[in-house]
Design a protein around this ligand. Structure first.
Ligand code: PGA
Length: 240
């Protein structure tokens, strides 16, 4: 069964989302475990749905003075069971560090919310052969002080930064090689059980090709998850 995560980012408003939810309620694909991550103010709108609720972010403290952030406890209260952390947009545009990401993962695990940790390289880092160094830094930073058991409760999303929102995707071979690099960085016990998703310009045109990758637990999808009808068409191609 594939884990498929819709990341709405800072898009869509209430009226569209009400229709989005109603349309999704009529959709079934037993091969998919679907997670929808709307913008934070709309989390409550997605209660009692036939898919899991995900958050795009979590505050790094348990509670208290952190204006504008939302705690893992509050997310849990709203029925959230997954949360994206370390998305490259937050790392680059909001200066989110590996230490902050590590803190967020710890808060989520305390509430039994599954962190979806995004890692990935820029085009320059790939071209200059730094990819392993970058992935290793992101992984070790995010997993600092976590036990093997805790790490295996995290889902990884390999998202090459150059593929996000660009319409360009790596070849299946490049994705497979990177996934095996990621598994090599982590110790054997953790590595075997870890679920790894691919994210970056997943769309109706490339999904059949991506589906041929064996060691892939699912997808993290941004742009293609926004328009409900084409999103459902894409979801219908998965796990068939
Ligand atoms: P994209 O975004 O599918 O629009 O490339 C993916 C992501 O950023 O999670």
């Amino acid at each position: 069964m594939k884990l498929v995560v819709a990341n709405h980012k800072m898009n869509l408003t209430k009226e569209t989302l009400v229709n989005y939810k109603e349309t999704l309620l009529t959709f079934t694909n037993p091969e998919i475990n679907l997670v929808v991550c709307p913008s934070l103010p709309y989390l409550d709108l997605f209660q009692n749905a036939n898919f899991a609720l995900g958050s795009q972010n979590v505050g790094m403290l348990e509670k208290g003075s952190l204006t504008g952030e939302v705690s893992a406890t509050q997310l849990k209260d709203l029925g959230v069971s997954y949360c994206i952390v370390g998305h490259s947009e937050r790392r680059t545009k909001l200066n989110e560090t590996d230490a902050m990401i590590n803190q967020k993962i710890k808060e989520l695990l305390k509430q039994d919310i599954t962190p979806i940790l995004c890692i990935g390289e820029t085009q320059d880092e790939r071209s200059s052969g730094e990819i392993t160094t970058v992935l290793e830094k992101e992984l070790l930073g995010a997993f600092k002080d976590l036990t093997s058991d805790e790490i295996s409760r995290v889902v990884l999303a390999y998202e090459p930064i150059w593929a996000i929102g660009t319409g360009i995707t790596p070849t299946n071979q490049e994705i497979e090689e990177t996934i095996s690099q990621i598994r090599n960085i982590l110790n054997k016990q953790v590595s075997l059980s870890l679920r790894i998703l691919y994210g970056g310009s997943v769309n109706l045109q490339n999904i059949t090709t991506l589906e041929q990758i064996k060691d892939l637990a699912g997808y993290l999808v941004g742009g293609s998850s926004l328009e409900i009808n084409s999103w459902i068409q894409l979801l219908e191609q998965i796990g068939r």
